[in-house]
Structure formats: structure tokens, C-alpha cells
Design a protein around this ligand. Structure first.
Ligand SMILES: *Cc1c(COP(=O)(O)O)cnc(C)c1O
Length: 476
């Protein structure tokens, strides 16, 4: 399998793009084609998932996209990534049906209590494997609005050859999220709090990445959701969830997934699973007040905002969606020339682009299954309360965005399934506001706020971040 950039570069091999992040032309990598899966294959995977578990299914799906790692090694990578000791539920991705019939796909039982663990754990194993094979080191530079950072740090901790430099917006994450990251005490984990927003952090990461000489000299890599391997890992749980849900609802069930969305990584994986032939009847995109994506699917206009509004589902507070270009590439029938024109010329010049007159956009819902909705703080509180009062437990504010949109999109005969993106413990304040009780804290997180904090503080300053990298890498 070869990979191509949304802006035309390539072809490239899996293990090369694994370590590379953005394509050299600034585009995002996608496989040159999506492997196709038929009903017989799904039937077989259903048995495999039941008998051998999630890691075995992950191996079967991942290997369709990876031909430059031997199968035996790849199987080991998947088994280590999805070993049951890393998850608080041996099913890895259990699915439960709420009393109103809406399914919850539990993706947050991993080390950092967010769905990002599903991808990051595989990425950590892939990095360790490939760096070992090449005798190389990698200095991961990332930006987080909360969950990416802790997920990346937990997944990379102790992986030979890997260091993490993680930028976060100072004071803008929940106290729990801050404690998760800043309490880690390891020379290979460097937390950098930036006096600015998440977008400022992302801009710094981009600026460092744009310095090709610096990037090569310090072996800078990425773990943000633009990394193809993260999307690939996420494709697996759409299959697992679909198989689990149809096992219960019957093989003819028309399953829709609703996905709390920010950078369009999670739902892009759903799009890929659907393109592979997984019969997903609808992909419901849920955004919060920062509804740049919901607006696109409603109107055809993609209009990144100057800044993101701060909300009570902060991991979805984005002003532009870094993976969106991947979908536009497929929407425009993989015309890299047009994608380049939209993202390199039109967007910087006009601040937006409008695809509403495109036949491809007009067919998008039928062809790609996308629908969208957005929600407010009041909606989130109401959903958390509703689910709690129905006896279906607590959901976090992002998952609540998903439930709100799922109920908007529900039609008779359709099975709605919401992807849970975090455990409520990460956002205790909003839970207390909604239902008056604090979420239960898993044992492993008790007392983390009291641990010493390990974090460097900088302004919105690319050079200051480069200096920290230089000093850390050089000092080893
Ligand atoms: C990252 C994250 C999201 C958004 O996911 P994308 O892949 O960026 O669309 C939603 N909810 C939570 C809790 C997250 O951590």
C-alpha cells in the first residue's frame, strides 16, 4: 500500500509517513485507495472479535494498510497496544445500549481516560518498533487542548527512542487534565505551557515544523491527529463497534455513528471505514458552539474562525479542523490540484471557501453519509442530566454533545450509536453543575493534583520552544 498527499506528493510508504507527519507539500497523507471489505469478511471478523478479541481484529484491519512491516511483527504491535491490562474493561471497546435505545461506544477505558488512547497506544508501539529498526530517535512535538497531551504522554512513556514535547494553553485545561500531564516525572516528557490559546500552540508546532532544517536536525515528529497512523488505529473501532452492535440488533440493523468532533480526526476514521465498505448509514458530526464543521455540512461553506470560543466541551474548541482537508480530497474525487488551490490559495486569501455549488457537495450526504448538528452548554447539561436520571450512568460533556445531536438525527428504523470520547472524571466541574454529584474517580487517578508539577512556561514564542527542544535534545 502506498500513500499520497492531499496536495499531490507521493507515493510514500507507511513506515516513512509514520515518522513524518505532514507531507512535504504541506498536505495530509491518505492511502492511494481504500481496501474493500465485503459481508463475508465482516461475518468472519465478527467471529474473530468474539473469539480472539480487539487486538486480533486490529491486526486484520491494520495489515490491509501496512505492507512494510512483517505480519508477525505487526501482530505483536497490535497485541501490545491493545493488551487488556491497559484498559479498565477487557472488551477494550464495550458497547452498551441506553434505556432510550441509543448506544454508547465506550472508547475511554484506556490509560488517560479519553478515546485518543485508542490511537496513541498503537502509535507508541509503531514508533518504538520502527525507530528500533532504523536505529533512530524521534522527538515528538505536539499541541493539546487537553486530551491529546496526556494520551500521547501516557502512550509514549518508557518507549525507547521517543521524547515528547507537548505544548498546552496555560490555564485553559481542566485541573484534572493539567494534573494528568504535569504530574508525569520523566526526562523524556517535556510539558510546555504557552501563554495563549490552543490555536497559538498549534501555530507554534506548525512554525517549528516549517523549519525543515531544524526538523531534520532534531528528528521532529508529530502525534497530532494529522498523523495517518492515528486515523488508521481509529478505523478499527468503527468496525468493532459495528460488529458488536449488529450482533445485538441483528445483521440488517441500520447503524449510524454520531461523533463529537473537533479536528475531524475521529470522524475521518469513520469516513474511511465507510469507504472500505462498512455499512454505516450515517456519520453524524457533533460540534459544540465552535461549529465550523457543522456549518460546512449545513451550508457548503468552510469558514475557519480567527479564534475558538471557550466552552464546557473544550477538546472540541477548534477554529479550524486540521483533518478536514482529507475529506475535501475525497469529496473532490481526489483532485489534488483543486485541494491545493482551496487550501493554499483560496483559504489564505478569502478566509473561506464555498463548495455549495459543487455537485459533489450536493451529493455529499447521500454519497458519504454525513450529517451534522451542534449544541450549547445548556444542551450538554440537559443531556448529562437526562442520561443520569434514566439510570444510564454519567457521560462527559463531549459525549453529551454527541447524545444531543444523536437525538436530533434519530429517525425510526435507525440505530444511533454515540462515540464516547472521554470519561466524565476529566470534566468534573460540568458534571457537578449538571447533576450535583462528582463523577467517580478511577483508582489510578486518585490524588494526582497533589503531585509535583513538571511544566515549562513560555510566551507565544516559537524561538523559546525551539530553545527548550535544543537544550533537552542536546543535553542527552
Ligand atoms: C480530541 C477530542 C475530541 C475531538 O476529536 P477530533 O478527532 O479532533 O475530532 C472530542 N472529544 C474529546 C473528549 C476529545 O479528547
Amino acid at each position: 500500500m502506498q500513500y499520497v498527499s492531499t496536495r499531490g506528493a507521493g507515493p510514500a510508504k507507511f513506515t516513512d509517513i509514520l515518522l513524518e507527519g505532514l507531507a512535504p507539500d504541506g498536505g495530509l497523507y491518505l492511502p492511494e485507495r481504500y481496501p474493500q471489505v465485503d459481508a463475508a469478511q465482516l461475518e468472519q471478523w465478527s467471529g474473530l472479535l468474539a473469539r480472539e478479541g480487539y487486538a486480533a481484529l486490529a491486526f486484520e484491519i491494520v495489515r490491509l494498510f501496512v505492507d512494510d512491516i512483517p505480519d508477525d511483527d505487526l501482530r505483536g504491535i497490535c497485541e501490545r497496544a491493545y493488551s487488556s491490562d491497559k484498559f479498565s474493561d477487557p472488551a477494550i471497546v464495550p458497547c452498551t445500549r441506553h434505556s432510550d435505545g441509543i448506544w454508547r461506544v465506550h472508547l475511554s477505558n484506556g490509560p488517560s481516560a479519553a478515546f485518543k488512547d485508542m490511537a496513541m497506544l498503537l502509535l507508541g508501539e509503531l514508533f518504538a518498533y520502527e525507530l528500533g529498526r532504523r536505529g533512530r530517535e524521534l522527538n515528538i512535538l505536539g499541541a493539546t487542548s487537553g486530551d491529546t497531551g496526556s494520551s500521547a504522554e501516557y502512550a509514549m512513556l518508557g518507549k525507547a527512542g521517543v521524547r515528547v514535547f507537548m505544548l498546552s494553553p496555560a490555564g485553559r485545561m481542566s485541573p484534572f487534565q493539567q494534573a494528568q500531564m504535569y504530574s508525569l516525572d520523566d526526562p523524556a516528557i517535556v510539558n510546555i505551557a504557552v501563554d495563549g490559546t490552543f490555536d497559538d500552540c498549534q501555530d507554534i508546532v506548525k512554525a517549528v515544523g516549517a523549519d525543515a532544517e531544524f526538523k531534520v536536525r532534531h528528528s521532529i515528529g508529530a502525534v497530532n491527529s494529522i498523523n495517518w497512523a492515528r486515523l488508521l488505529a481509529q478505523v478499527v473501532y468503527y468496525f468493532a463497534a459495528w460488529l458488536t452492535i449488529t450482533d445485538e440488533e441483528g445483521p440488517a440493523a441500520r447503524v449510524a455513528f454520531v461523533v463529537p468532533s473537533g479536528n475531524f480526526g475521529n470522524i475521518a476514521a469513520g469516513h474511511i471505514a465507510r469507504e472500505m465498505g462498512l455499512p454505516i448509514v450515517q456519520l453524524g458530526l457533533a460540534s459544540n458552539e465552535n461549529d465550523v464543521l457543522a456549518e460546512f455540512f449545513r451550508t457548503g461553506v468552510y469558514r475557519p474562525r480567527a479564534t475558538a470560543e471557550r466552552t464546557s466541551s473544550p477538546s472540541m474548541d477548534i477554529s479550524k479542523a486540521s483533518n478536514f482537508e482529507r475529506f475535501v480530497f475525497d469529496l473532490l474525487d481526489r483532485d489534488a490540484q483543486r485541494v491545493r488551490e482551496l487550501f493554499v490559495e483560496r483559504l489564505p486569501r478569502d478566509g473561506q471557501f464555498d463548495l455549495s455549488a459543487e455537485p459533489a457537495f450536493q451529493r455529499a450526504e447521500a454519497r458519504f453519509g454525513f450529517a451534522a448538528g451542534s449544541s450549547s452548554h445548556a444542551h450538554r447539561l440537559a443531556e448529562i442530566r437526562r442520561v443520569h436520571e434514566a439510570g444510564d450512568g454519567l457521560i462527559d460533556p463531549h459525549t453529551a454533545d454527541g447524545f444531543h445531536v444523536a437525538r436530533e438525527l434519530a429517525v425510526p428504523g435507525r440505530v444511533m450509536a454515540v462515540l464516547e470520547t472521554a470519561l466524565p472524571v476529566k470534566f468534573a466541574e460540568t458534571i457537578v453543575e449538571a447533576v450535583g454529584v462528582a463523577p467517580q474517580r478511577p483508582e489510578r487517578f486518585v490524588g494526582i493534583e497533589d503531585l509535583p508539577r513538571h511544566v515549562r512556561e513560555v510566551g507565544r514564542d516559537v524561538d523559546a520552544v525551539k530553545a527548550i527542544i535544543e537544550e533537552t535534545v542536546g543535553g542527552r
